[in-house]
Design a protein around this ligand. Structure first.
Ligand SMILES: [Zn+2]
Length: 90
């Protein structure tokens, strides 16, 4: 097999993207950022704290009214059953 054929084999391999849901990995992490001063709420896995922080921040600095919600989620690429890199079933 030539290097070109090997590269083609990898290009044709099927992968799927799944949420990385192993124990200890949060489903998501949320953090609010003030778009005026760029202060941040701090990361929160529940999503409840960032909006409260934004309201408190606006209350303390009334000119700061625009926020960006940063959301991180974790994903893992897995080879499909037809992919040569797939693990054999146990
Ligand atoms: Zn601010």
């Amino acid at each position: 097999m030539t290097a070109k054929a090997l590269a083609r084999t990898f290009a044709l391999a099927v992968w799927r993207l799944v949420q990385h849901d192993e124990e200890g990995v949060p489903a998501a992490i949320f953090e609010m950022e003030c778009m005026t001063c760029h202060e941040r709420s701090g990361p929160d896995e529940t999503g409840k704290r960032p909006p409260i922080w934004a309201l408190e921040h606006a209350g303390m600095a009334p000119g700061h009214r625009v926020f960006k919600l940063h959301t991180e989620t974790y994903w893992r690429a897995e080879p499909s059953a037809s992919n040569p890199l797939a693990e054999a079933p146990a």
